[in-house]
Design a protein around this ligand. Structure first.
Ligand code: MLT
Length: 308
């Protein structure tokens, strides 16, 4: 059987696939190039770079599984794949620690103006009072989405002695209590939290979950974070809230359009940005590659899909 890997994948994952199948790695393909190639393959392994469109799926006559090394499957037309009987599986556990750690790093970087101070000193300035920050101890962190990554963020924020509010319609009071989180509505979080971080998939229920209505409720000291998916926070509403001084800052790793070179968010001094680095650690890249390679191997050898 043949596997096409169309985004870069750690060797540890490739080795597992090569033990069982013929593996071709071909990155940076256009939609048309993939349409031409895909009919020869039984599995397609991707990260976030490949957009698996209905046109590609239509041409995928032998495809049994699309394996996403990572969490988000918003770059795959899951409905079209399902209609054609193609399994779409992800690897949701391998990068949760990296994503949670990046969120905490972004919260601290934003609180202490680390990127701005770093750029200033490298520009031969010695400005100490300009970069006075704030402590996070005793502040309230609102976590929207208490799944794998949100829960790991909660554990780490507890260690920083923060108070935790959380919104997640699928999480019980008991589970929230275990995490030290008090459940609240999105608007209660908007009103009360000093920091708000989102950790949901991007689906219709979560798109723009922080929008003009929520920014209007926030305090001038509130800071928001998105290390999940562009579009969960409405970027225009966020830009307006920053422009008018309605909130104190933002830390953003993910954007509706990536790379976000035209995004208004890049122009604010009080916004810390990174280029979708949440899962970019050596450990996470190995973990997701190994997990998805095992998943694809299982499905192509007649076994079950764990994360379909
Ligand atoms: C994910 O969904 O796993 C992360 O955003 C990282 C990625 O897109 O590769």
């Amino acid at each position: 059987m043949k596997v096409l890997v169309s985004d870069s994948l750690s060797n540890e994952g490739l080795e597992i696939l090569k033990e069982h199948f013929t593996v071709d790695v071909s990155t940076g393909l256009s939609e048309d190039e993939l349409v031409k190639k895909i009919k020869d393959y039984d599995a397609l392994v991707i990260r976030s770079g490949t957009h698996v469109t209905p046109k590609i799926i239509e041409a995928a006559d032998n495809l049994k599984i699309i394996g996403r090394a990572g969490v988000g499957i918003d770059n795959v037309d899951v409905d079209a794949a399902t209609k054609k009987g193609i399994i779409v599986a992800n690897s949701p556990e391998g990068n949760m620690i990296s994503a949670a750690e990046h969120t905490i790093a972004m919260m601290m970087a934003m609180s202490r103006n680390i990127p701005q101070a770093n750029a200033s000193l490298k520009g031969k300035e010695w400005k100490r009072s300009k970069f006075t920050g704030v402590e996070v101890k005793g502040k309230t962190l609102g976590i929207i989405g208490l799944g794998r990554i949100g829960s790991e963020v909660a554990k780490r924020a507890s260690g920083l002695e923060m108070n935790l509010l959380g919104y997640d319609p699928f999480v019980s009071e008991k589970r929230a209590l275990e995490l030290g989180v008090k459940l609240a509505t999105v608007n209660e979080i908007a009103k009360e939290a000093d920091y708000i971080t989102v950790h949901t998939p991007l689906i219709k229920e979560t798109r723009n979950i922080l929008d003009e209505e929520q920014f209007a409720l926030m305090k001038p000291t509130t800071r928001v974070l998105n290390c999940a998916r562009g579009g969960i926070i409405n970027e225009e509403a966020l830009a307006k809230a920053l422009e008018s001084g309605k909130i104190a800052g933002a830390a953003i790793d993910v954007f509706v359009d990536e790379p976000p070179f035209d995004s208004p968010l890049l122009k604010f001094d009080n916004v810390v940005v990174t280029p979708h680095l949440g899962a970019s650690t050596k450990e996470a890249q190995v973990n997701v590659a190994v997990d998805i390679a095992k998943e694809v191997t299982s499905v192509l050898t007649g076994g079950p899909a764990k994360n379909a």
